[in-house]
Design a protein around this ligand. Structure first.
Ligand SMILES: Cc1ncc(COP(=O)(O)O)c(C=O)c1O
Length: 298
């Protein structure tokens, strides 16, 4: 029998509560409210594009940091929704979902002793991500009724060891959409303390009522210190395809690409080709998606 301990890092967290609940829900035929995946079909045009890519033999490794067609489509989508130009050669990394994206980013920027601010409650992956990357998490509470934060509490969490703050907007699990004013407070602190904003924007298009998604990268002075993590999972109803992406300044992208390369080599090649079509869908697609979710919520 092998008697030495498993990795101390692995011993510090449990397997995913969300995914374990999904397995149990399937086993017991229960209604599964734990894992965020659509229970309706993915768009026909995407499924066709994926099948066509496979039959066209797009079956080998894509470029490690992302198929050219998908990165070009990301340039288009980023310009359209965020109003900024990103360089597909130096600022984009395509990953296996935003889950891989987040850990790649932390592995690329964290050194021993670095602190990362995390709003609580948070999407469960950020906890293990901090442990794996060696970051020390500092939690700041989001409070009812609007899940806002106390400005002083947030300011007190910043110090010389702070490397990054993780912002998830729209937020899982609270549904909170950070306002421009709140993001400005965060942006000012990031600039004061020379801190990166790592933003998980996976729910950018699943938004209710009159809420508006504001990406922190669009705030003055934040372009060069924001790393956007996003993916196809929720917006295009393809959580199993595992295609995500990272937008980051060139110097940081270099480090992220190295982590990504040695973690997964690359995201699924034919699904990136389908993704290139998805990212160019017309505005009506996003309006219909939001309306569909709103109707289901109501
Ligand atoms: C906030 C948040 N980020 C990331 C993910 C994972 O996304 P992906 O499928 O792109 O890995 C989820 C999935 O539920 C999520 O809720």
């Amino acid at each position: 029998m092998f008697n030495k301990p498993i990795s101390f890092k692995a011993a510090q967290f449990t397997e995913s509560v969300i995914r374990e609940m999904t397995r149990l829900a399937m086993e017991h035929n229960a209604i599964n409210l734990s894992q965020g995946f659509p229970d309706f079909a993915a768009p026909e045009i995407l499924k066709k594009a994926a099948a066509e890519a496979i039959f066209a033999d797009v079956n080998q490794y894509a470029i490690t940091w992302g198929a050219k067609s998908f990165r070009d489509a990301l340039v288009y989508k980023t310009k359209k929704f965020l109003g900024i130009e990103v360089d597909p050669e130096r600022e984009i990394t395509v990953s296996c979902g935003s889950t891989e994206a987040m850990i790649d980013v932390l592995l690329a920027v964290i050194n021993p002793g670095d602190e990362v601010i995390v709003f609580e409650p948070f999407y469960e992956n950020y906890g293990p991500d901090a442990i794996i990357s060696g970051a020390t998490p500092r939690y700041v509470q989001l409070r009812r009724p609007d899940w806002s934060f106390d400005e002083n509490e947030l300011a007190a969490a910043f110090n010389n060891n702070t490397k990054a703050i993780i912002i998830n907007t729209p937020n899982n699990p609270t549904g909170k959409v950070f306002s421009r004013d709140e993001l400005q407070i965060i942006a000012d602190l990031c600039q004061k303390w020379d801190v990166l904003a790592i933003t998980d924007e996976i729910y950018e298009h699943i938004i209710y009522d009159s809420a508006k998604h504001v990406s922190p990268i669009t705030l003055d002075g934040m372009r060069e210190r924001t790393i956007v993590v996003n993916g196809m999972s929720k917006t295009y109803s393809v959580t199993g395809w595992r295609v995500g992406y990272i937008l980051a300044p060139p110097g940081i992208t270099g480090a992220i690409r190295k982590m990504h390369d040695f973690v997964t080599v690359g995201a699924p090649a034919p699904l990136q080709e389908a993704g290139a079509i998805a990212l160019r869908l017309p505005d009506t697609y996003y309006a219909d998606l939001a309306a569909h979710y709103q109707q289901r919520r109501d």
